[in-house]
Design a protein around this ligand. Structure first.
Ligand code: OAD
Length: 255
């Protein structure tokens, strides 16, 4: 890390902090990059990309589940066990603490790993669901798999297989979640976009919506993304470093 880079990141964080100090309504949107420094691999980063040895359409689609429910169940069980070992880091905590700093705050995450909630976030929408919840494949009944069952996957009381309560490719997002998300984006003063490649819709469209509503867009990511040209400031850094630094600048300026 050169001091030039450090200065640049510091100046950009200060600019973002200035906007946040004047903001009443803030939305943050996060992706897999936020959890990377908790040890959870992202979807598209080489070499540990989650899908490397699998085809997403075999594991994260309804047709893949129909073809081989046991395989999909086991893959998610492995992921769940890996995620269960992970802990939120200072970046997750900084986002949770931001809730109290603004009149209105909403965190829209694409992550299914529960780390934002564990860090203390409550004004949170999990757009892609949560890997620690289950529902049944045929009727979406919420369910908890019985510990004793030998079935892989276990079954719902209605007879259908259980599946993780996450959004698969080709599935719609919860309409109520989207309504709340769009209302917040339409009204926000600042949108923070952290750790997402900006490739998967509808979350990939959030920066344009916020911009059209007159908000400042702040992106935090170690790499440029399709969001970068839309961002008013691009903080080229990891979430674990940048988010606490940003919160600290917001708080320092207010005292
Ligand atoms: P991706 O894996 O597509 O992108 C991760 C992003 O995090 C990249 O832009 C990285 O540069 C960035 N990144 C890496 N390290 C970081 C760090 N330390 N701090 C901040 N950012 C970092 O993950 P998502 O954008 O979340 O959907 O992917 C979106 C959706 O695609 C996922 O929710 C999932 C996937 O298919 C479903 O499962 C429906």
């Amino acid at each position: 890390m050169t001091s030039g880079r450090t200065d640049d990141v510091g100046a950009r964080i200060e600019r973002a902090a200035e906007w946040l100090r004047g903001a009443a309504r803030v939305v943050a949107t996060t992706g897999a990059g936020v959890s990377k420094e908790s040890g959870i691999p992202t979807f598209r980063d080489a070499p540990s990309a989650l899908w490397d040895n699998y085809r997403p359409e075999d594991l994260a689609t309804r047709s893949g589940f129909r073809r081989d429910p046991a395989r999909v169940w086991r893959w998610y069980a492995e992921r769940r066990a890996m995620i269960a070992e992970a802990h939120p880091h200072e970046g997750h905590v900084a986002l949770a603490r931001m809730e109290a700093r603004f009149e209105d705050f909403l965190l829209l995450t694409q992550n299914i790993d529960d780390l934002h909630r564990l860090a203390g976030s409550t004004k949170l929408i999990e757009l892609h669901g949560n890997i620690f919840r289950y529902k049944c494949f045929d009727r979406d009944h919420p369910a908890t798999p019985s510990e004793e069952t030998p079935d892989v996957p276990p079954r719902c009381a209605c007879g259908s297989y259980l599946r993780p309560d996450v959004v698969w490719f080709g599935e719609p997002l919860d309409a109520g979640h989207l309504r709340r998300a769009y209302a917040a984006l339409d009204a926000c003063d600042v949108l923070l976009v952290v750790g997402t490649s900006g490739l998967v819709y509808p979350a990939a469209g959030f920066p344009e919506i916020a911009r059209a509503a007159g908000a400042r867009v702040v992106e935090i990511n170690p790499e440029p993304t399709p969001v970068t040209p839309l961002a008013d400031v691009f903080v080229r850094a990891g979430a674990r470093e940048a988010l606490p630094a940003l919160l600290q600048r917001v708080e320092a300026g207010r005292t």
